[in-house]
Design a protein around this ligand. Sequence first.
Ligand SMILES: Cc1ncc(C[n+]2csc(CCOP(=O)(O)OP(=O)(O)O)c2C)c(N)n1
Ligand SMILES: [Mg+2]
Length: 780
Amino acid sequence: MATKFADTREEKIAAIEALDARLRWLSAWTVHNANHLREKRDGLKVGGHQASCASMTAIMAALYFHALRPQDKVSVKPHAGPVLQAIHYMLGNQSLERLQKFRALGGAQSYPSRTKDKIPVDFSTGSVGLGVAITAFSSLVQDYLIAHGAMAESDAGRMISLMGDAELDEGNIYECLIEGYKHDIRNCWWVVDYNRQSLDNTTADRMFRRFDDIFETCGWRVVTLKHGKLQRAAFARPGGKSLEDWIENCPNADFAVLTYQGGAAWRERLLSDIGGKPHVKKLLESYDDEGLAELMTNLGGHCIASLMDAFDGADDDRPTLFIAYTVKGFGLPLAGHKENHSGMMNPAQIEQLRQSMGIAAGQEWEPYAGLGGNIAARLKSFVDESVLAKKPMELSPNPVAVPAHFPVPTGETQSTQAAFGHVLLDLAKSSHELADRIITTAPDVTQTTNLGGFVNQRGLFRRSQVADIFREAKIPSAQKWAAHASGQHIELGIAENNFFLLLTSLGLAAPHFGTRLIPVGTVYDPFISRGLDALNYGCYSDARFLLVGTPSGLTLGPEGGAHQSINTPLIGMGQPGLAYFEPAYADEVALFMRWAFEYLQEPDGSSVYLRLSTRQISQESRTDETWKEDALKGAYWLRPPAQGAEAAIAFTGAIAPEVLAAWEELQYDIPGLGVLNVTSPDLLHRDWSATKAARWTGGQATACHADTLLSQLSPNASIVTVIDGSPAALSWLGGVRAMRVSPLGTDRFGQTGDLPDLYRTYRLDKDAIIDAVAELYLRR
Ligand SMILES: Cc1ncc(C[n+]2csc(CCOP(=O)(O)OP(=O)(O)O)c2C)c(N)n1
Ligand SMILES: [Mg+2]
């Protein structure tokens, strides 16, 4: 019967050191198998990062098997994915088959993925920097839930990022630091694998200690783990101080070169640089070459005891940056080489590593290979009893009920943006549970995107109260700006990366913390592009939120070309995990918002994007409700065509008045001319392509919604499409039933102007629509 491992701290260190070695082997072998052993059919390099993994196995072993608490959540740097897979393989959460299919279809993912991996993944990573900053925002979300009584303070976990040092070059890190400071975030750890190598090269020496300053300025505690215990012991010996000083001043590139070259090179260089100093020669002589190489690379990030001490030392809730010095490729023949990022051990090298680790041929996949039977059994029980093994599964709390009907804002002329604000305000005034779960956010555009009403009702969120000084001074102002713990709006500075990362964290509140939040974020439509990768990251993570891009298109005309959003309809269509709607009328806004609040809670739902406008337009007087069902599928006939009509105008959004004015003039010349209101080019297109695909994947050969709508036209009909945005968003409609199309839209940068001038300039006015219809119709 195996006795328990780790009764004492020394035993625990030994156990975690053994795990460090196991993780280094299994991650390297997983990559090797995928690249060298698995059958290759396409001649492409499969890839994987053995050196990046080896750099971090000790950090991960110490974190996961010592410091981690069940409620903590971890983001793992993308290229250490195989280490995370290996940890879960050892825990029994990952199958051998999936590990063997690393980077193959259905196998372990290249980079940890919440949606694609079968192991528990707290945060997806891949695009460097984003997986780091998300942890800061998740700690803010956790504080929000605690402040709102949805979580006990004692259940607060640490949001931890295990990051590469080159991730510190990403600008979004610093945007996040500033925002984090403003919101006084806590319970956040970032552990830097400080191997001083990026993808291309060793990193700049000049940054030495700069990161400490930057983080400390933003309120973080910085803990540096530079030396392991072997080095610290050597420094305490005669001559050790000279050695320490030498290491202190050694440029990154020199250190890397010597690490790659090994013991003899270290000796030669050290003797030449400091051999003349007292006791140094003797100190160096006490190590053989192998021992000297081990000593010189015994950095803090590879020393389990140092890592455990450092993690134990940060036992309060202060945000903490651990700078753990490491060697990229530690313990592998690739160690230190500046091109080791994508470098891989060749078969002879991995064979040598296998032998040096005492792993018998054929035992490569054994989780506990290379250890004596007794030790293997004890180590297994240590792993099985670890906190990680008892980490609770993610929850899927019940959906928050959505009222059956949202009142439609009244007014003969309305803009979709104002209607959005009214719907939210009505909700904010209600006592419906949905209103309590809504949390709004905006990057410094709360008032100009009509979120102000909601914020006036529900307040800004801050852990500690912030007074509204203007209000207290009795200066008239439309906006209440007091912040308190029960507030429901998180105001951000102008940093769209932060905006999308916060939406992502809020949109993961249900799986992360067991409470559903309904996040609503507003941003000027053109500046979606500024945070596009973070938006993509949020969608890839399957976070659920309502994104409102407003104002959009030429309705920002007075602001000029830099504010004109042209390609956002294509972003809405092209972005997986995001359903894009562009309403024209206020009743559509209410309909789509209601739908969105349900859809973003459905297991197979997604986030939703509303592209809105400040243009006030005459509202439609509806005679019935039949349009709604079609509108939710992406399009409805606003002016139904006569059966077999020869032409139609299809449009999206606030350009409706120009379209209807053109229709008024044309209907006498073109009998039965139809007007199709495409409320979601995205859903309509997805439905079309999915229906086509279904024919080949065993589905029914049914007609898609676009097909059904357009089948009312003559087979020879022509369509003019109109959108204040890229015309490509609608021009595809001609492909559905092989009809000719004239696509109107904007495809040039904007200029300042009022709407009549701009619509004329960009050929979106009534005359342009009439010309386009006439040209298609007459040239048949
Ligand atoms: C946004 C983004 N740009 C580029 C890359 C490609 N890339 C992957 S890892 C890497 C360098 C990472 O270096 P570091 O963070 O120091 O990690 P290490 O492998 O050294 O631990 C780069 C440029 C990426 N994944 N994401
Ligand atoms: Mg690095």
